[in-house]
Design a protein around this ligand. Structure first.
Ligand code: AHR
Length: 593
């Protein structure tokens, strides 16, 4: 094999490897948003869902609805009490493991806060809130947060889960979806303006991933929007990722309803897009810029990317997109727009959209593929002959779905991760057309998921990264700045002898980075000639992910079976001998002196 280090093939975008966050599998409410109380404001369709009235004393709970005067937050609970409310945390045995009380007074709405330290850790504690029977108290929101949130922000995010994202060093974060952007119907689409400002004014909606949505009798998966657009921008900034918000294009999820707004009525949707740029970037003297400042961030969020539509299809999408694009580009020509060509292939839908979007000179086309592992290895050359002029590619959602272990859970096994690694070498090799890529979905709660496989699994206390996570991480933290050729003879390495490879330079650190994937079940030894370099360090570092069983996957009990292992690798003059273990991804970094 030969690396031609002085042949700069393509610039690797800083956005190359990113993440896609969607509130699916309890990723936000019940997940990264650290709120511990479900239905905290009695706004679920069944107002007392999750709550149970207990009568230690007398007193009935009455749910009052002031919908006409406060449509975003109509319900509150009327209880007994005159001045003291007591809160208790209770473990599975019914024992109290923490308690506190607050004294209430006056006749207006006020926020009361109290903190206490629990005496034990409990995965599924209950919160009791006791009122006495001497008077009347109205309660609008009952909330409980751990103290150690991400960056210790009150009402913030689960620190352990955000850390997984930060450790990926993602180039971008696409949010908030996915299908939830579209909604099962337009009434339940994602509207960013309803997710910013005071928490109590953020009107919750049924999550599109609520499995009971169809009959609407007992939905229990809602979006509270405690994690709203301000928090998404803040998260992006925290982890050094460019924000990529996706907006509804005037169409609901076509897998559910074919509901679309008439093109004559698109104006408010487009206004939402324009106002979002104002919210993220414009001066604090503007209406939306002022809201950003009032929420605590006077400096701009530097939004440069925006998506319109997700997996929408047909001429209806193209028609609406054209109106959106014209309006956004007229006012904000520097914003790069991401358009969706959906899941490949669904009939000829994908090809039609791709063709139309390229004719429209789309900046970036968002392609999705959820496929068997074989598809990923067979498609490592997908972009080798792609048109170099015109629209760039955003592989916005992908994951290898394996049936190797024949389990219905579609585990994130090593076979799936290795196939993704092989495919990702093809994405990096083609960095002149592939500008961005993200695995999907990102998170799943072990007790409440709708979709698998997923990159990171968690319960109420713990979390673990899948083998697929470590593949993503190795590519991302070894991103480099420019692709250089790595060849077998004169051909790129994309399947010969079950090997897949890509090489790049990090022009900031003066390092050569080589990624090699061995999809064979036996060790492969290769010598790589490193051409076009003046001098190399006497040794480099190789980081390896490997396992001899393709069916291996992680669990809470075994969360690190396939985790990166590092060792030194000798460089002999301008040659390096690599021993690629069976079923492995190896990343070599060598300093160029
Ligand atoms: O990632 C899960 C879903 O897959 C996304 O919401 C959607 O865009 C795709 O169909």
């Amino acid at each position: 094999l030969t690396v031609k280090a002085n042949t700069r093939k393509a610039t690797i975008q800083p956005t190359m490897w990113g993440i896609f966050f969607e509130d699916i599998n309890l990723a936000a409410d019940g997940g990264i948003y650290a709120e511990l109380v479900k239905n905290r404001s009695f706004e679920f369709t069944t107002p007392m869902m999750g709550w149970k009235e207990q009568s230690r004393q007398t007193g009935n709970t009455l749910i009052l609805n002031r919908g006409a005067e406060n449509p975003a937050n109509p319900r509150f609970a009327r209880q007994g009490t005159n001045n003291s409310i007591q809160a208790e945390l209770v473990n599975a045995k019914g024992e109290v493991i923490g308690e506190a009380s607050v004294t209430v007074s006056g006749g207006d709405w006020k926020k009361y806060t109290v903190s206490f330290t629990a005496t034990a850790t409990e995965a599924k504690a209950k919160l009791n809130v006791w009122f006495d029977d001497k008077g009347v108290t109205d309660v609008d929101m009952i909330s409980l947060f751990p103290k150690n949130t991400w960056k210790n922000r009150p009402g913030g995010l689960r620190a352990d889960l955000v850390q997984w994202l930060a450790d990926l060093k993602p180039g971008f974060i696409r949010f908030p979806g996915g299908c939830i952007v579209e909604g099962r119907d337009l009434a339940n689409r994602y509207q960013w303006k309803k997710t910013v400002g005071n928490l109590e004014d953020r009107q919750l909606i049924i999550n599109r991933w609520n499995t009971e949505f169809a009959n609407r009798s007992t939905p229990d998966y809602f979006q509270s929007f405690g994690l709203g657009f301000y928090e998404y921008f803040q998260l992006a900034e925290d982890i050094g990722a460019q924000p990529l918000p996706i907006l509804n294009c005037g169409m609901a999820c076509q897998f559910n309803t074919a509901e679309a707004v008439a093109t004559d009525d698109l104006a408010p949707y487009i206004q939402d897009a324009l106002d979002l740029v104002e919210f993220a970037n414009e001066s604090t003297t503007t209406k939306w810029g002022k809201l950003r400042a009032d929420m605590g961030h006077p400096a701009p969020f530097n939004l440069t990317l925006m998506g319109v539509g997700n997996e929408n299809w047909g001429p209806q999408y193209i028609e609406r997109l054209a109106i959106f694009s014209k309006a956004i580009k007229e006012k904000y020509p520097a914003i790069q727009l991401v358009n969706s060509s959906g899941t490949d292939p669904v009939g000829d839908r994908f090809d039609y959209l791709n063709g139309e979007l390229r004719k429209m000179h789309a900046d970036l086309i968002d392609e999705h593929y959820y496929k068997p592992p074989e598809w990923f290895t067979q498609n490592a050359r997908r972009y080798d002959n792609y048109d170099r002029n015109g629209s760039k590619v955003f592989a916005g959602e992908y994951a290898a779905h394996t049936k190797l272990t024949n389990d219905a859970d579609k585990k994130n096994n090593w076979q799936s991760a290795l196939a993704e690694a092989a495919y990702m070498t093809g994405l990096e090799r083609n960095a002149d057309v592939v500008y961005m890529a993200s695995y999907a979905p990102l998170f799943a709660h072990i007790d409440g998921w709708q979709w698998a496989p997923d990159l990171i699994w968690f319960d109420n206390l713990h979390s673990y990264g899948t083998p697929n996570y470590y593949v993503q991480q190795l590519f991302s933290v070894n991103k480099g700045t420019a692709v250089v050729p790595i060849l077998s003879g004169s051909d790129v390495i994309a399947g010969q002898d079950s090997l897949y490879a890509t090489a790049c330079m990090d022009e900031h650190t003066h390092e050569l980075i080589i990624k090699l994937v061995n999809t064979a079940g036996k060790e492969v030894v290769k010598e790589i000639a490193l051409e076009g370099v003046k001098q190399l360090a006497a040794q480099g570092v190789v980081t390896v992910l490997s396992n001899e069983q393709l069916s291996t996957y992680h669990s809470f009990a075994s969360p690190q079976v396939i985790a990166p292992k590092q060792e030194a690798i000798p460089i002999r003059g301008k040659k390096v001998e690599v021993k690629l273990p069976a079923y492995s991804l190896s990343v070599i970094r060598v300093k160029m002196n």
